[in-house]
Design a protein around this ligand. Structure first.
Ligand code: MN3
Length: 259
């Protein structure tokens, strides 16, 4: 028979598996399956490791801030350098640091921990690991403007699915912009893929909470927290979202679709 301590130690990871973490692993699995074996280390220019390799997000021991497939200045003029430095270097880093701390706290919880402590820890895990997953995907589905496959119309599997679901790319953009602009306060607009139905659809995510997302997997995301655009766009969220379309790397979106 399990002691109360054993039961507590088991139940927390099981609850976590129901949050965004399972979705994140499933998504990476698809990207990895479609990624040719190559490279040695992230950032090695001679043999670049594909961005979506798991070692770019988890070093075998703890979660890490991913190295981007471009420089902070490369998304100009659509996303400015100062915003990228703060957003990737400070905000995202904080979610990684706090997510690792929450996992450590979870592993150290004793039988004396009450439900409120567990509830608070679950919120910490969901918020910080959710933030890590969403930002990691957001960076990975953008590219330097002018690069082949970046900023134009979708092609391949992504193009087919968008035409089927929305009629055309222009109709998709109109709808997706409305989703992003209508998020109240902080959050994200996501285009998600359901492996069960083969459908894609849009999802508005409140804050960055992994537990608020369904089993469908994000394949394209835009962060609409004010920290993502306020330095350059102030209150003009719509202008920021419209500029974002110039940065979408459809090769990466197809990679997430396993195509
Ligand atoms: Mn953000």
């Amino acid at each position: 028979m399990n002691s109360r301590r054993d039961v507590l130690k088991m139940s927390v990871p099981l609850a976590m598996a129901g949050a965004g973490v399972a979705m994140w692993d499933a998504m990476l699995g698809r990207a990895m399956a479609a990624t040719p074996a190559a490279g040695t280390a992230p950032g090695d220019a001679a043999t670049p490791l594909p961005y979506f390799h798991p070692s770019n997000f988890f070093d075998g021991n703890q979660w890490v801030l991913p190295k981007l497939p471009y420089a902070h200045a490369d998304l100009e003029p659509h996303i400015d350098t100062a915003t990228m430095e703060l957003h990737h270097g400070k905000h995202h880093q904080a979610y990684v640091t706090n997510g690792n701390a929450a996992l450590k706290a979870m592993s150290e919880l004793g039988a004396e921990a009450d439900g409120r402590v567990v509830e608070s820890l679950q919120r910490d895990l969901s918020f910080n690991l959710g933030g890590h997953a969403l930002h990691s995907l957001f960076w990975g589905t953008m590219g330097r403007p002018g690069t082949d496959g970046v900023g134009g119309a979708p092609f391949g599997r992504a193009g087919e699915l968008i035409s089927k679901a929305f009629g055309s790319y222009d109709r998709f953009k109109t709808y997706f912009t409305k989703v992003a602009v209508s998020v109240k306060g902080s959050g994200w607009a996501a285009l998600v893929y359901s492996p069960v139905s083969g459908q894609i659809y849009t999802q508005a995510i409140k804050d960055q909470d992994g537990q608020q997302t369904s089993g469908a997997m994000p394949i394209l995301l835009v962060d609409v927290w004010e920290h993502a655009y306020y330095l350059k766009y102030q209150n003009r969220r719509r202008d920021y979202v419209e500029a974002f379309y110039n940065l979408i790397d459809w090769r990466a979106v197809n990679l997430l679709l396993g195509a």
